[in-house]
Design a protein around this ligand. Sequence first.
Ligand SMILES: *Cc1c(COP(=O)(O)O)cnc(C)c1O
Length: 351
Amino acid sequence: MKKVHNFSAGPGILPQSALDNSISAIQNFAGLDLSLLEISHRSKEYVAVMDEARKLPLEILGLDDSYECIYLQGGASLQFCMIPFNFLNNRAGYLKTGTWASNAVKEAGFFGETVTVASSEDKNFTYIPKDYVIPSGLDYFHYTSNNTIYGTQMKSIPECDAPLICDMSSDIFSKRIDASKFDMIYAGAQKNMGPAGATLVIIKKEMLEKISKKVPSMLDYRVHSKKESMFNTPPVFSVYCALQVLKWIQSVGLEEMERRNFAKQELLYNEIDTNEFFVGNTAVEDRSWMNATFVMKDDSMTDKFLSMCKDANISGIKGHRSAGGFRASMYNALPLESVQALVDVMKNFKP
Ligand SMILES: *Cc1c(COP(=O)(O)O)cnc(C)c1O
């Protein structure tokens, strides 16, 4: 087990096997006596990496070949712009559940009309809006499955007749989902599936046929699809490392991943709810399994707790600057033992 308990919100913890394999490929890739970083992305050895990295997400999610994967750069943030650039003709609907969701609405505004179908901004994004009606006639409906900063998570997939697009940057592959309900899923790799630099787009091929606009090549999904994520030089290292993470996820399986993630969040939230010094930030029914946000009832004790965490080799626990307090990010690769270490510090806290 790792010596430091890494609760970083992103870039986040990766499985050791992915790090080991990546280090070894940097030194000697595919037995070529060359580094992964110093050979052509068009070599057959690297093309094989990209092919597998494009195949595995579909296998893991149980999607058939009516979908495909594309690897892009620019992070999830560039998707906030590419989605409307490609798909917004008249009106698009957005669910505003946090900072990233708000950024997505803002960027879409450069391309056309957006409808904020529901928002939780009135209570600083500490809950997920419910009982909203998604209007008909939208070009697409966009939402964020996990609100990384404030610590809420969608517990069900919204029903709508428009194409459904989801930013799963911080909870992709963390539990079983019915992925076939989505027309597009995307994720910046650096939270739950790899290092920064690669963005995974899983898209229904039908969606590509719907694009009716003129889009510059680098921002056109059709171009990247046709060129099999090799239109220009892909982020070779990020995709390689993400592939190692994908292999690990596949070997664990989503059912087991879900069981592990359930156990981790249950352990931590139980402590938050029973410990006299702490309180959770978010609506209980909307709590994120990935990012638990909480504060001390008496804020003057915050620094003392942070320094106790540091002494216990717990890293990355300080809350986001817009939410304050603490945020424990429990991504797939974080072991239960790390959550237990945090809970032990909470139990031992004395003012
Ligand atoms: C981190 C994050 C983003 C931004 O990702 P970048 O890759 O840095 O652009 C977008 N959405 C969600 C849900 C995130 O957690």
